[in-house]
Each structure stands twice: as structure tokens, then as C-alpha cells.
Design a protein. Structure first.
Length: 207
């Protein structure tokens, strides 16, 4: 299933059953998939899902802190957006959470509209991240299809060197450089030199 086709999913992590149930019902009412967890351990045990996601996370859990889980997810390179929920208006905690990448910090009792708006932002952010990752993976696959010589030519071209200088640098004929350059453009599906340069920047080529 492609990124665009994957149905978004919202995870709810709160150790209060009544809160989990209420939030799960709210999320379903918005037409979204939802899974609820009573502990960080249970959430971490779930296999990663290949879909745009968002996590509604209580700051205080029986098996630890929501902030600790946020750090753990960062260590695992899990880019799922987090919406923190809490019954305590702790400014220091909210600042720490936001600095670490949380998209919202909501106080209980929760307003349905605020929760759904935060979820929408989280899913939009995760969707955009996944699209960027997919684009980079496609670019990397194209780049890996280039021969070692074509990669050398691409690196020189995106650095701004004209064919004559590339030929001198690599010790081959200028018309041969033109041939390699054409193959690079075709394999990378680049419409123009500017397009190739943008692709190289995303791949870190030619720096």
C-alpha cells in the first residue's frame, strides 16, 4: 500500500480507562482508526504501523512518564507526532515536551474540537514526513542505478563545472562526458540541471 493509500491511525495512551474510552470514541467519530493502550510498555510492544499516525499521550503514566516515552521514541527514530494530554498545568513540563517536538499540550478536561484539531495537525505532519522519506528513497534508488563514473560526472556537474572542466578533472574526453551526463539526466529523471541540483542536495551529493 502506498503512503497516499494508507489509512491514518491515532494511538491513545492513558492509564485511565475512562479517558481512553472517551478519546477512542471521539477519534472514531471523526472517521479515523484508533488503538488505545494503558501503558507505555504495551504501546512499545506494538509493531510499527505503515500509515500516517498521531499519538495522544498522557504526561503521567503508571509505568513512567510520557516525557520518558517521548525520548524513547526519539531514540528509536520514530517520527510519530505527539499530542500530550494532562490534568496538571505544569509550564516547565509543557515547555520540555514542545522543545522535544510535541505538537500540542492539552489540559484536561479536554475539548473535543481542540483534540481533533491537534490530531489533524499531527497526521498532516506525519503524512508530509512520510512523503519526504518516500521521495528520498526513490531518489536514492535512482542514484544507486548510476555507474561509478556516472556518479563522478553527476557530482562534478551539480558542483557547477562545465563539461570541459569535468573532462579534464576525470581525464576523459569531453564528448564522453556529454554522454555520461545525458545518462545521468535520464536515470535520475531530471527535467533540467536545476532539477538535478535539487535532487543532489536532497541526497547530499556534490557537497
Amino acid at each position: 500500500m502506498s503512503v497516499a493509500e494508507a489509512a491514518p491511525i491515532v494511538f491513545v495512551l492513558d492509564d485511565e480507562e475512562s479517558v481512553r474510552t472517551a478519546l477512542a470514541t471521539l477519534v472514531r467519530s471523526a472517521g479515523l482508526r484508533v488503538e488505545a493502550f494503558a501503558s507505555a510498555e504495551a504501546f512499545l510492544a506494538r509493531p510499527l504501523v505503515d500509515a500516517p499516525s498521531c499519538l495522544l499521550l498522557d504526561v503521567r503514566l503508571r509505568d513512567g512518564s510520557g516525557l520518558d516515552l517521548q525520548l524513547r521514541l526519539a531514540e528509536l527514530n520514530t517520527e510519530i507526532p505527539i499530542v500530550f494530554i494532562t490534568g496538571y498545568g505544569d509550564v516547565r513540563t509543557s515547555v520540555t515536551a514542545m522543545k522535544a517536538g510535541a505538537i500540542e499540550f492539552l489540559l484536561k478536561p479536554l475539548a473535543s474540537e481542540e483534540v481533533l484539531e491537534a490530531i489533524a495537525r499531527g497526521i498532516a505532519r506525519h503524512s508530509a514526513y512520510r512523503e519526504r522519506q518516500m521521495e528520498t528513497a526513490c531518489l536514492r534508488s535512482r542514484y544507486e542505478s548510476l555507474t561509478p563514473r556516472e556518479r563522478e560526472v553527476m557530482s562534478c556537474v551539480v558542483a557547477g563545472l562545465p563539461n570541459k572542466q569535468v573532462a579534464a578533472k576525470l581525464g576523459i574526453r569531453e564528448d564522453t562526458i556529454k554522454g555520461h551526463r545525458g545518462k545521468v539526466m535520464r536515470k535520475m529523471l531530471a527535467d533540467s540541471l536545476a532539477d538535478l541540483v535539487r535532487q543532489a542536495e536532497k541526497l547530499g551529493v556534490g557537497r
